[in-house]
Design a protein around this ligand. Structure first.
Ligand code: SAM
Ligand code: SF4
Length: 350
């Protein structure tokens, strides 16, 4: 409901022209009466259609040299058991995912330096041979490393900016620099990766103004994929006692992202599904067109403990996919049969 005509006007302009300034975004983010969801669903239908693309996620190592304040895999967390899959195990999981009909494999890990770029290139290359698109989510690398992985066949890369506020970013990422994070994202774009990014919603110290800046940052970058997730406090991290992100705020950010960047891919994230049992369904109603079923081995899923609840309840991979398909079909939507690349329909860039 947009009872207040000021919000109605802002949302109309967003729906028709896909532009808004920071003050307008802050207005929409801070007022409960502002509801961009119906407009986002209409725009999703027009620009990306009814297809929901399934991407098979394989979390292949929980070792990480970083110490991000929110993440259970941070190097300083000695309370978790770590795992690292071997190349053949990764390939087996990818084969299984492809045999289940998935057309994209997403390889994700902590920043685990025991995999060389050459090792990773070989894995990417073998998965490409299975007729699947490959997405990587393995953190910050040099431009030459990103280039080698692209040359090996990688199609997409996920690297969240987490927050576009430099001060907040650096307060949560000891030893990391905001400028380098931004450098990575622009390198990925320049190298031709479909580039996914996003923010964590509900981080301590985050304001609506910062979230508005995040959305404008994504548009400026011309991100190809935006995966909004709530921050979920995790034991063994400096933020374990903080409040987590709010599902309503995540859904509103997803809807605003769809209105600002109509033809991008937007997943209903795992974290959204964990915070709310109806999270996938709600996300699909707020502009999402991607879901990433976890196709790793069941014994590792819980060990990839970035936040509590990860990997719980997933026993059988086929059942997991069927449950997702059933949610999608009940909404009158369909499952994408192609790679689900971004189909650029307008110039999203300023
Ligand atoms: N290491 C790579 C990186 O940081 O880009 C990829 C793996 S990392 C686990 C993937 C994402 O998990 C991060 O970008 C972060 O947003 C998310 N994450 C980590 N801890 C989280 C938490 N406590 N709540 C929600 N999301 C979290
Ligand atoms: Fe490592 Fe990524 Fe977790 Fe940071 S968010 S500690 S880089 S796994």
């Amino acid at each position: 409901m947009n009872a207040n005509s000021e919000f109605g006007t802002l949302i109309n302009i967003l729906e028709n022209e896909h532009v808004i300034d920071k003050a307008g975004l802050v207005n929409l983010l801070t007022c409960d009466d502002a509801d961009p969801v119906y407009a986002a669903d209409r725009i999703r239908k027009i620009f990306v259609g009814e297809d929901v693309h399934l991407r098979g996620l394989i979390e292949f190592s929980s070792y990480c040299c970083r110490t991000c304040f929110y993440c259970g895999l941070r190097a300083a967390n000695n309370n978790i058991k770590r795992f690292r899959m071997g190349p053949e195990e990764i390939i087996e999981c990818a084969k299984h995912a492809v045999s289940c009909g998935l057309k994209t494999i997403v390889l994700q890990s902590g920043e685990d330096k025991s995999f060389t770029i050459n090792d990773l290139c070989k894995i990417v290359n073998r998965i490409k041979g299975m007729d699947a698109a490959v997405t990587l989510s393995i953190g910050e690398l040099s431009k030459s490393e990103y280039t080698a992985l692209k040359n090996a066949g990688a199609d997409r890369y996920l690297l969240r900016i987490e927050t576009s506020n430099e001060q907040l970013y650096e307060s949560l990422h000891p030893g990391m620099s905001y400028k380098n994070r931004v450098r990575c994202l622009y390198d990925l774009k320049e190298l031709g990766y479909e580039t996914g990014t996003c923010c964590l919603i509900g981080l301590p110290g985050q304001t609506p103004e910062m979230l508005a800046d995040d959305l404008l940052f994504f548009k400026e970058l011309d991100a190809d994929m935006i995966g909004m997730g709530p921050f979920i406090p995790c034991a063994g991290t400096p933020l374990e006692l903080q409040d987590g992100g709010d599902v309503g705020a995540v859904l509103k950010m997803m809807a605003l992202a769809r209105l600002l960047m109509p033809d991008i891919n937007i997943p209903a994230t795992t974290a959204l599904g964990i915070k709310d049992s109806g999270g996938y369904k709600k996300g699909l109603g707020c502009g999402a067109n991607v879901i990433m079923p976890n196709m790793g081995r069941s014994e590792y899923k819980k060990l990839y403990a970035i936040y509590p609840g990860k990997g719980e309840g997933i026993t059988n991979l086929e059942n997991q996919i069927e449950a997702i398909k059933s949610t999608v079909f009940k909404l009158g939507r369909s499952i994408g049969r192609d790679y689900g690349n971004r189909k650029r329909l307008i110039d999203n860039h300023y």
